[in-house]
Write a protein of this length. Structure first.
Lengths: 457, 220
């Protein structure tokens, strides 16, 4: 038969709280029971000592006369031993003096004719030494034998009413329970606070990881307790290792590009004649070049996405690219107007952002008559828009749709369409952004690209 | 026009040299960064075709060193690393243009032509001086629309003088820009070519400035 185990709570705090609370409750319960028993035993021992004192007093108060050769002892009833409750009928306080287990000699007035014999007989079986008195009250019994000079034996029995005693014990237990409940509540609060304070560094790590994930931070920063600091170091090491892997992958990709493209250039130039074979080789080299560029671009972007916590300020990238474009297209006397919202930080790789902006601005500069406009603005806490416009011939809406469609059909895309849009569309898709093409107010093409940004919170 | 090609891949180096020579340039070639840097630092080139990935000294470092030393010749970068970050790095280092590998030779020639033209202050592929028209793209010369037949050396001489119209060009400068580094600088071949050119061109188009050199067109 399968034992079905109870579901474990997922929360570490709840686990700690429940286990501590359970152990504390068991401890408190045990302490309460021990204290209660110790108190009961203590007051019962004091009660028994009082009964013993009364028995001794009764023996002391007996008057004895020895007569004749037989040295017979005649006893007279004991005088008042100073306890009024022995005079009060069925008060629960009794005494009795007898000859061994034989005849009863004297009894207290409170017994009003009855005796303690049957009670004495029951006492051996009473588990907690509490018996029922002649009046139905709860009593405790003390008995002692005294040997007389003639070797006869006197058995003195003293009983006391334990109603008050039991009431005292019950009162003590009630007080103890209340005290322990208050104590338990306090301990519960203390455990809760301890768990909260103790687990706070974990919350800090979580927050720091979110900062890294959101791109606001490069690694987990802050001071952590000695028990957690090694874990933080390991996580930071992992982040660094991840970046290292991505960087190495990039380097290898770049080396591969270099290794392939130079021989391709040689082949292309060797086959630059006008023959049929030359044309075929040239055509295939173009396909190979586009494929290499296309898949290298995808590999680089995918590697960029794998890196945790990367972010790139937009403004310096736009500035450097615009500066480069103005130099590349200086023959055209191009005016590139830039307006940027402050402090936009792209949530992603610098090289991807450079590719996207570079291709869009290059495309605009290539087709522009004289004007290109670049602007950036935030549309929400987590998104921003890059808008690049030109005053060139632009594209029809069908051409715009076609250009974007080609980008979507990634496996069939042939990069280097002449518009540089393929890389832009793919990068936008990788970063779950999107691109929109329409006619610009300047007269040419307007490309609006939405990308994620790092929120300032 | 004298051009330096710095490319480590021997076949590509040879192809570039051949294509440039076929287009009327005088070409020196180097196969590593150190040699390339030395030539660019010591010889007067009208343009440089510089590969980025070079042994001994990479192309960007070579370019930065030239610019630091005040070498202003136009430089066309050849790069297999064609991301914008690489292009921006090259342009920030002082490159005037770039061509991504693999390339069509025509593209390199066109870019280089534009760089040389731009460096001499011309905006069009066609440069005119009086009735003479030089088509740098087609390597043709016409007078009043009639084609002029020139040898390769004559064409180079005329092309250099027309690119630098109004400037007095010394015989030494002309020699440095029309011949590669192995040419005997003391020969008087230049005078022979200028003399032949004068016979084919309208009178007075190439002026001799005594003790200084030659000039085409109006003084600057």
């Amino acid at each position: 038969m399968n034992r079905r185990s109870l579901p474990r709570p997922n929360s570490l705090a709840l686990r700690l709280f429940l286990s501590s609370a359970a152990l504390t409750s068991i401890g408190l319960l045990a302490a309460g029971l021990i204290l209660s028993n110790l108190y009961s035993r203590s007051v019962q021992q004091a009660f028994d000592a009082q009964l013993e004192a009364y028995a001794n007093a009764l023996i002391g108060a007996l008057s004895a006369q020895i007569s004749g050769r037989s040295a017979a002892i005649s006893l007279s009833p004991p005088q008042n031993i100073g306890e009024a409750r022995f005079l009060e009928p069925l008060s629960g306080w009794y005494w009795q003096i007898g000859e061994g287990r034989g005849a009863i000699l004297f009894t207290s007035d409170s017994l009003i004719g009855s005796s303690l014999d049957f009670i004495m007989a029951d006492s051996a079986n009473a588990p907690d030494d509490t018996l029922e008195g002649p009046g139905g009250e709860a009593i405790r019994l003390f008995q002692r034998s005294y040997k007389l000079p003639n070797n006869s034996e006197l058995l003195v029995a003293v009983a006391g009413n334990v109603t008050q005693l039991n009431r005292d014990i019950a009162d003590f237990r009630s007080s103890l329970l209340i005290t322990f409940l208050v104590f338990a509540a306090f301990l519960g609060l203390a455990i809760y606070l301890q768990v909260r304070v103790g687990l706070r560094p974990l919350k800090s790590i979580r927050q720091a990881l979110l900062e890294v994930q959101a791109g606001r931070s490069q690694k987990i920063e802050g001071r952590f307790p000695s028990e957690i600091a090694p874990v933080v170091e390991e996580i930071n090491g992992l982040i660094d290792a991840n970046k290292g892997v991505v960087e190495r992958a990039r380097t290898h990709v770049g080396n591969l590009a270099h290794a392939l493209k130079t021989p391709l250039s040689v082949i292309a130039n060797e086959a630059s004649g006008a023959g049929v074979k030359d044309k075929k080789v040239t055509e295939q080299i173009t396909v190979m070049r586009d494929q290499v560029n296309h898949y290298l671009s995808r590999a680089r972007s995918a590697a960029g996405l794998a890196a945790v916590g990367t972010s790139t300020p937009v403004e310096p990238i736009v500035d450097s690219l615009v500066r480069a474009m103005e130099k590349i297209y200086r023959d055209k006397d191009l005016k590139i107007k830039v307006s940027m919202e402050d402090n936009i930080v792209f949530r992603g790789e610098k090289q991807d952002l450079e590719e996207v902006i570079g291709n869009l601005v290059d495309n605009a500069s290539k087709w522009a008559a004289s004007k290109v406009a670049v602007h950036t603005r935030k549309t929400s806490e987590t998104q921003w828009i890059l808008c690049v416009e030109d005053d060139g011939p632009g594209m029809t809406s069908d051409q715009c749709k076609q250009a974007l469609k080609r980008g979507e059909r990634l496996d069939e895309t042939v990069a280097g369409s002449g518009l540089g849009l393929s890389i832009v569309v793919e990068t936008a898709n990788l970063y779950t952004g999107n691109i929109n093409l329409e006619r610009s107010d300047l007269g040419g093409l307007k490309a609006e690209l939405t990308l994620p940004c790092v929120s300032e919170a | 026009m004298r051009v330096l090609v710095v490319e480590d891949e021997p076949d590509l180096n040879r192809q570039l040299k051949q294509a440039l020579e076929d287009s009327g340039y005088v070409v020196d070639a180097a196969t590593d960064g150190e040699d390339g840097h030395f030539l660019g630092d010591t010889e007067p080139y009208d343009a440089v075709v510089l590969d980025v990935g070079l042994p001994k000294m990479d192309g960007i470092s070579v370019l930065e060193a030239w610019r630091r030393d005040g070498r202003t010749m136009p430089v066309l970068l050849l790069t297999a690393r064609d991301r914008w970050s690489d292009k921006v790095q090259g342009i920030d280092a002082g490159a005037d243009d770039y061509v991504a590998k693999p390339f069509h030779m025509e593209e390199v020639l066109a870019r280089l032509r534009a760089l040389v033209r731009r460096a001499a202050g011309h905006s069009s592929n066609e440069i005119t001086c009086g009735d003479v028209r030089l088509d740098t793209k087609g390597n043709r010369v016409t007078i009043d629309g009639m084609p002029l037949k020139l040898t390769a050396h004559e064409y180079r001489t005329l092309s250099y003088l027309m690119h630098h119209q109004g400037k007095v060009i010394s015989r030494t400068e002309l020699t440095e820009h029309l011949y590669d580094q192995d040419f005997d600088r003391d020969s008087n071949t230049i005078e022979v070519f200028v003399g032949r050119l004068r016979k084919k061109l309208p009178d007075g188009l190439i002026e001799t400035i005594r003790g200084l050199g030659y000039r085409m067109g109006q003084a600057e």
